[in-house]
Design a protein around this ligand. Structure first.
Ligand code: PMP
Length: 390
């Protein structure tokens, strides 16, 4: 059996490159997982074999992020977008538990809007609930995304809020928080880390809920990893409670249901979980998140140094908040962008086109994008500039 394939350098924003050694291992085990005579996709999710796989995957993930014991790890479905609503249901219900029954219940939900994904999350909140407070909306205040205003400009609701939400890395706009927002410590901090989880060390204990769709640094699409602090877990109720349904959690969105059933309430996306487990093993073999963080720092520094020195490449993101995962940029004049992409494709550098909403080029350099791939791309960018600089 051959595992060869044409070599490409994949800079896709997600789904994106997976480590070759992971794919090769999956290929070796594809027909016969752990000598069961079955593929992972063919065994019962209630079997001991799968339960062991699930528990090891969870354990390795906890090790990678040094997740404290008062947090639970869930494997859910529906991608990052489903979490836009899941966090609202779960955390309104959790907040309800703190407010006396007879009191009116309408706490604000605080949203940082620093790019397209947090904007979508805030829009979903407004659809579901009538008290959404925008802490900052960078596009509204500055005309476009690409910066994170200082704390003095944030309009937080303080301890009244049911949670504060932000997106750590805006995949489309290339804006990444260089810090964890400082908020009232009694309010749960919720974070979308879909496109930068496992790329750097951070203090999990600062958060109430963290979630990440898998298809960047974790594994294949289909599974979403959720980290939730266990005091925020509440039982899903029925509509006949006093709050007219605001704190009713649909069963499949309930963190507590997933915790109580070890993410096996229904059939989980087994193959996605399996590959994610292989990626976690690979991440640990690399030396864990600390080692990965160093490599990521170097890769992104090389790219931004080149852009900053260039006469034709233009970043539109403020230096301190530039993403180490996604570097969107424009080429001046813009007509050159097509040629840039076509030339890159010829050299088998793929998925470099910027998101349709911002245009230009986007280099995604997730954990499994090698330094070799980055160097190859940098050489191409230098040669392209030599050919076109005036
Ligand atoms: N949040 C971020 C930061 C993302 O990059 C994405 C998608 N790439 C999403 C949320 C939505 O995830 P999904 O497509 O899995 O619903």
């Amino acid at each position: 059996m051959s595992s060869t394939r044409p070599k490409v350098y994949n800079f896709g924003a997600g789904p994106s490159a997976l480590p070759l050694s992971v794919l090769e291992k999956a290929q070796r085990e594809f027909l016969n997982y752990e000598n069961t005579g079955m593929s992972v996709m063919e065994i019962s999710h209630r079997s001991k074999t799968f339960e062991n796989l699930l528990n090891k995957t969870k354990h390795d993930f906890k090790t990678l992020l040094q997740v404290p014991d008062n947090y639970e790890i869930l494997f859910m479905q529906g991608g990052g977008c489903t979490q836009f609503s899941a966090v609202i249901y779960n955390l309104l219900a959790a907040k309800r538990q703190q407010i006396p029954e007879e009191e009116e219940f309408n706490p604000p939900l605080d949203y940082f809007v620093t790019g397209s994904w947090s904007a979508k999350a805030a829009d979903e909140a407004k659809r579901l609930y009538n008290n959404v407070n925008i802490v900052i909306d960078v596009k509204k205040s500055k005309g476009s995304f690409g910066s994170i205003p200082p704390k003095e400009e944030w309009k937080l609701s303080g301890s009244k809020a049911a949670f504060v939400y932000y997106c750590d890395n805006e995949t489309i706009n290339g804006v990444e928080f260089p810090f964890i927002p400082d908020i009232d410590p009694s309010v749960p901090l919720v974070c979308d880390m879909s496109s930068n989880i496992l790329s750097r060390k951070f203090d999990v204990s600062k958060f109430g809920v963290i979630y990440a769709g898998a298809q960047k640094n974790i594994g294949p699409a289909g599974v979403t990893v959720v980290i939730v602090r266990n005091d925020l877990l509440t039982n899903p109720k029925s509509v006949n409670d006093k709050d007219n349904g605001v704190t009713v959690i649909p069963t499949m969105l309930s963190y507590k249901v997933f915790v109580d059933n070890n993410s096996l309430y229904n059939t989980p996306p087994m193959f996605s979980i399996y590959i994610s487990g292989l990626v976690f093993e690979w991440s640990l073999q690399l030396g864990g998140v600390e080692a990965i963080e160093e490599i990521n720092k170097e890769k992104s520094k090389k790219i931004y140094d080149l852009i900053d020195k260039s006469k034709i490449y233009r970043s539109f993101v403020d230096k301190p908040v530039r993403s180490r995962m996604n570097a969107p940029f424009r080429i001046v004049p813009e007509e050159l962008e097509k040629e840039f992409l076509a030339g890159a494709e010829e050299l088998r550098m793929v998925q470099l086109k910027g998101h349709r909403s911002v245009g230009g080029i986007r280099i995604s350099m997730y954990n499994s994008v090698t330094s070799e791939a980055i160097d190859f791309l940098i050489n191409y960018m230098i040669e392209f500039e030599k050919k076109h600089a005036i």
